[in-house]
Design a protein. Sequence first.
Length: 320
Amino acid sequence: MKPKVVVSFRQCEDVFESLNDLAHVRFCPSSNREEFLKELSDAEALVVGGEPIDEDLLEEAPKLRIIARFGVGYERIDLEACTKRGIYVSYTPGALSNAVAELTMGLILCLSRKITEADRYVRTEWGKGPRFTLGIDLEGKTLGIIGLGRIGIAVARRTKAFDMKLVYYDVIHRQDLEETLGIRFVELDDLLRISDFVTIHIPLTSSTRGLIGERELKLMKKDAYLINTSRGSIIDEEALCRALKEGGIAGAGLDVFAKEPLPLDSPLAKLRNVVLTPHVGSATVETRRKMAQVSAENVRRVLQGEPPLNLVPEQKGKIL
Ligand code: NAD
């Protein structure tokens, strides 16, 4: 009997179906919990999007050998519970960095040149009289990158073309990169004080939850913009709404939210100085395909008795 692989979403099906030479691939959304758990009861591999994976779910999936996360943020997977059961957790590092960096640049440009506002203006007010307000140049402005990892580096590379000044804050000093990227390390408070644009590229962990709160927002310049394509809960959203309403900062570009989908009645959705996208950092045809290929390869290796290529760092040396 071939082992069963469950994929919790329908995207790049052909890539996952290529595993059918050694497995039996089933697509089953996790939204129907009962059906999903039934499929998992004899599955040896699971490919997941952002769904939570907890003890209760693992209890129902006694044969699992690998959970392949289709993405790089795996804060909703209980790693300790997986490690205890000898279940590998893999992810797709690097496959999506350029796509997220491109979206970040898109949000920066939308804010600096008011592109979404301009679109609304053309459809409603142009020709009626009021002038469209001026944007700002990126040249010479300072971009502060919080988290100089894979995505942060990809953003830094792209901003070179716009002649921006670069500073970063990270728990790791990346002296190896500073010269080639033309970037300077500063402490977080200093980054917030001096940057015209602040962009966040760190994982959501117990130490980063709420990292940007009222105090941090108050350190930012009144004409600065905040961009977040990492995880919503890294920012205190209530404090952010207040800062945006009261002119504490000029605007924000957000791809991620504490609660997703963002409720339609969220105060953020009512603000004009905010550009919102629905967690689409990696959502391009090419990138999603690369992510599917990496996920499928990790599953293939485990089903063939090898460890996955992209084991999450927390499990390194802890799982046989
Ligand atoms: P990465 O691990 O390569 O980089 C993260 C960086 O953050 C590292 O350099 C690390 O040292 C640093 N860091 C960790 N904790 C920190 C802290 N407390 N303070 C300062 N720096 C800290 O990860 P990556 O591939 O660049 O991805 C970053 C995050 O982006 C992911 O964890 C994920 O949550 C998010 N993401 C979002 C999307 C999207 O669709 N919007 C897509 C992919 C990734």
